[in-house]
Design a protein around this ligand. Structure first.
Ligand SMILES: [Zn+2]
Length: 68
């Protein structure tokens, strides 16, 4: 599958079995932005831009802790 970079809009190819169910960081090779993507059963559920600060562990994200 392909997603679009949230910063520059370039397509990012995630054509690999690991991305069929994936929740984690993806780096744009065009602009080097880090974003966190959520893909479940080959359906893309969204991407949020990660700043350097947000890449630190322990930062809460809206869908990282759905039970809270
Ligand atoms: Zn980009």
């Amino acid at each position: 599958m392909e997603i679009k970079c949230v910063t520059c809009g370039r397509a990012i190819n995630l054509d690999h079995a690991v991305f069929e169910n994936y929740f984690g960081p993806v780096k744009c090779f065009s602009c080097s932005s880090m974003m966190e993507v959520k893909i479940k059963e080959k359906v893309f559920h969204g991407a949020i831009l990660l700043t350097l600060k947000e890449q630190s562990p322990g930062v809460q994200k809206e869908y990282a802790h759905p039970n809270l």
